[in-house]
Design a binder for this molecule. Structure first.
Ligand SMILES: *Cc1c(COP(=O)(O)O)cnc(C)c1O
Length: 242
């Protein structure tokens, strides 16, 4: 067990170093200055023990996409003080659970979810000392409106943003997107950068851009990503289920 544990730790350390190197390289190549994007390691399907190893390697931000899995890992790893990012489609009825552990939700895509998160945060803040919840508006970059796999239409961003900005306990962080199939990540993230710029013109503090996964982090960095969501290139492939 101990030996296996060391081998996994070494593997995670190596892959983390590789990904950090890619981020540094892409950041330098982009000509951007200022802070490096935040690396969120997406740990879905992988055991809590891996998250503990990653924390030992300096990871502070982790991402999950299912409430049940995330809440049990967060409870088991509460001693680590990690920032938990919820990155999956979120049912309104799960809001109450998610605000117990998440510092950010990257998948806010409709008004009814803003309402549920605001109600859940109001109850949670009455009960605990927790700070506000960072909320990203997930934008669908699919040209084909029928193909939306989660995400608001770009035209809906302004009113969602106004509602989020006015909601108690919620902080409008910025935008999030997944590059759709059928286009290059560069084209997708350039479009997202334009949506972000329009949002920032209305809400100057909402500067975050959550974009970039294992396959396309370089393109995301080139087009301004501030938060990267990287899973498989650090943890390895996920079981092909669900
Ligand atoms: C799984 C997931 C990721 C990570 O994807 P990889 O390709 O494994 O890096 C990023 N964002 C979201 C929304 C995800 O569900």
């Amino acid at each position: 067990m101990a030996e296996e544990d060391d081998a996994r730790l070494a593997q995670l350390g190596e892959r983390l170093t590789q990904v950090r190197g890619r981020i540094d390289g892409a950041f330098a190549a982009s000509g951007r200055t200022g802070e490096l994007p935040t690396l969120i390691v997406v740990t879905k399907f992988h055991p809590a023990a891996d998250i503990r190893r990653l924390a030992g390697l300096g990871v502070r931000d982790v991402g999950e996409n299912k409430d049940q899995e995330a809440s049990s890992k967060a409870a088991e790893l509460a001693d680590l003080g990690l920032n938990w990012h919820f990155v999956g489609q979120l049912q309104s009825k799960k809001a109450k659970s998610v605000v117990r552990y998440a510092s950010a939700v990257h998948s806010v895509d409709r008004l009814s979810l803003v309402d549920s998160l605001e109600r859940a945060m109001s109850a949670e803040q009455a009960r605990t000392e927790r700070g506000s919840l960072d909320c990203y508006i997930q934008v669908s970059l699919d040209e084909d409106a029928g193909a939306h796999r989660g995400g608001a239409a770009p035209a809906d961003v302004p009113f969602l943003a106004d509602r989020l900005a006015a909601a108690a306990g919620l902080e409008l962080a910025g935008v999030m997107a997944v590059a759709p199939l059928g286009t290059t990540p560069e084209a997708a993230f350039e479009k997202l950068a334009g949506i972000s710029a329009a949002l920032v013109a209305l809400h100057p503090a909402a500067t975050a851009i959550s974009a970039g996964m294992s396959q396309d982090l370089e393109a995301a960095i080139r087009f301004g990503a501030t938060h990267l969501r990287i899973g498989s290139d650090i943890l390895g492939s996920r079981p092909d289920v669900r």
